[in-house]
Design a protein. Structure first.
Length: 228
């Protein structure tokens, strides 16, 4: 049975539902393990892990663009195991300036530097990300440090089984899609963290999905994704 069908079909036989509940409990434990390395709420974190588990048998690398302290991709590595490569792409200098296309809310968030959710403009250190990954099952991981427009055009982690985007703004999201989306293998996933949060991210995804005839979906936990 297809992993995505198992996850989203609410008419599942009892043994599959029990498997789902077992996974749910184990994924909450992973959230607690990495909660100091992530800003993602527990339900969304667990939702990301369910999606990752659905492509467990698909060969390919995992690429995260916008990794902050590395807690999300570290949890994914614990789910998908050590027999694949992991790429953590981030400026480690925070976010670039939000633009008009990103919306008034995005610009207001970035201007409110005293907000408890500002997190120093989402700045984290490379050492934080390495620390998270050192706690995970990953054996082969690479920190790709720099602005996306500088690093992604030459990044060739083919094939990609899972591309996770946490880039917030229009230009950053567009850059990821234009440089990496075509490297995602058939059956792979693109997870979009900010689709329901920031206007610019949604616009960039909608434009790309329309050109490529990709269907934008929402998981049971409310995570936005595209099944390639």
């Amino acid at each position: 049975m297809n992993g995505l069908r198992f996850y989203f079909d609410h008419s599942l036989p009892g043994y599959l539902y029990r498997r789902f509940l077992t996974r749910e409990a184990s994924f909450h434990r992973l959230y607690r393990k990495y909660r100091n390395y992530t800003m993602i709420p527990s339900a969304m974190y667990v939702g990301n892990l369910h999606l990752a588990a659905s492509i467990q048998d698909l060969r390919g690398s995992v690429v995260e663009c916008g990794t902050w302290r590395g807690g999300m991709i570290a949890g994914i590595a614990d789910v998908l195991g050590s027999e694949r490569s992991y790429y953590l792409c981030d400026s480690f200098q925070g976010l670039p300036p939000a633009r008009e296309i990103d919306g008034a809310a995005a610009q207001a968030w970035q201007a409110d530097t005293a907000s408890p959710v500002y997190h120093n403009n989402c700045t984290a250190s490379e050492e934080d990300a390495r620390g998270a990954m050192s706690l995970s099952r990953a054996k082969d991981f690479q920190i790709v440090k720099g602005w996306f427009e500088e690093t992604l055009p030459t990044l060739r982690p083919q094939p990609i089984a899972l591309l996770r985007m946490d880039a917030d703004w229009y230009e950053s999201t567009k850059c990821i899609l234009e440089n990496l989306a075509e490297q995602v293998v058939k059956g792979g996933l693109v997870i979009i963290d900010d689709y329901y949060t920031w206007e610019g991210c949604a616009v960039a995804v909608n434009e790309f999905a329309a050109r490529h005839k990709w269907q934008i979906r929402q998981s049971h936990h409310g995570v936005c994704y595209i099944a390639v």
